[in-house]
Write a protein that binds this ligand. Sequence first.
Ligand SMILES: [Zn+2]
Length: 85
Amino acid sequence: MDCEHTRHAFAARLLNAREEPASAALEAHLHACGSCRVEYEELSDLPPLLGLVEVHELDGVPLPDPQRAIDAVRAEMSRAPDTAR
Ligand SMILES: [Zn+2]
């Protein structure tokens, strides 16, 4: 599993948009690859923002590009860094 596939896989998993059967390979890569691990931990901290996505409406629908969802969340974070309390 390379970095690109890993990031798509964990993005899909975090967004709960589809089943991700390769979670063992995913976790193996996260252990081996520091930059993907950082990315994953960063994204794992975002459930409230991910909640803004209408995930239930995406159930069973493969995301065309998980990276775009990640970029959208990041853009949201940088615009409103600490107002969610
Ligand atoms: Zn990697």
